[in-house]
Design a binder for this molecule. Sequence first.
Ligand code: NAP
Length: 284
Amino acid sequence: MAKIKRDLYFIGFGNMAQAIYQRMDQSVYENIFLVEKSSQRIKEIKKMDSIGSGEFCLSHHTKIIKKLSKNKVTDFDIILIAVKPTQIKSVCIQIKGLTKSPFVISIAAGVNTSKITKYLDYSTDRIARTMPNLCAKKGMAITGIFYNGRNNSIKKTTHGSMISKIFTSIGQVLWVEQESDLNSITAISGSGPAYIYYIMNAMIDAAVEIGLKRSDAQRLVVQTIIGAGETGKDIDNLGSEIIKVSSKGGTTEKAISIFKQKKLDTIIKQAVKAAYKRSKELSK
Ligand SMILES: NC(=O)c1ccc[n+]([C@@H]2O[C@H](COP(=O)([O-])OP(=O)(O)OC[C@H]3O[C@@H](n4cnc5c(N)ncnc54)[C@H](OP(=O)(O)O)[C@@H]3O)[C@@H](O)[C@H]2O)c1
């Protein structure tokens, strides 16, 4: 049987869509359409392409368009919605106006599938919701995926494997059975890169205050965080590891004692819980 060739549509081609486009396997799609309404953004995309800026280069089967073309989209095609959460409704109105019902994947934070199903008048098995993060740019994201309330079995379906293929191109994936878990994922890995940047920034400032050049401070902090992340992957009990590496009367012990005294762990938990609460409010 001949393999079905699908088209992929990105609706909204901002930062996240660009990161996915650059890393995904584009050859599995017949055509890729970048549906972008901002003329300024279209100019930027064309300019980046013409100067081959960074890794950006449009493939031969990619076309930039301003609107979905009503009769061109088929039931086999995939639409990846990558606009701001407040713009989702108007995008859904466009999709609803199509003659066919393509499969829809949303990366918008806080817009739940029941809202999207309502806007589209679709069944839930035609919609997946995901939560990637900024690290997509370097292929180091982790994306929470909710599709149809099932976990292991769904990954093996055609749509499940298509979703996996797109998001493993930007890093790891974590399938969830309950959509509400995406609120927790938003509070941890969705917003998480900014928490780490905050800590990095404070460490860089501290390094400068104790005499280092800012450029050296930045290198030391960045590499320490990358290294700690890599080595931390293999440590089961981080609490005991901290005790193990803190020699009695030494420097690490001294610094950790300040974290404990100021209750840094409580502050971090409060921040994560506030993000979680906000994510729940936004998805109502
Ligand atoms: N950045 C992150 O770390 C992150 C993480 C996880 C999820 N997300 C989600 O990813 C989504 C995209 O974020 P982003 O930062 O990539 O957004 P962005 O840079 O603002 O890109 C969205 C683009 O879509 C365009 N657009 C809006 N409505 C459109 C329509 N109807 N048709 C065609 N194009 C349209 C916008 O144009 P205008 O500017 O003219 O409106 C803009 O150029 C958001 O929903 C966000 O919640 C982001």
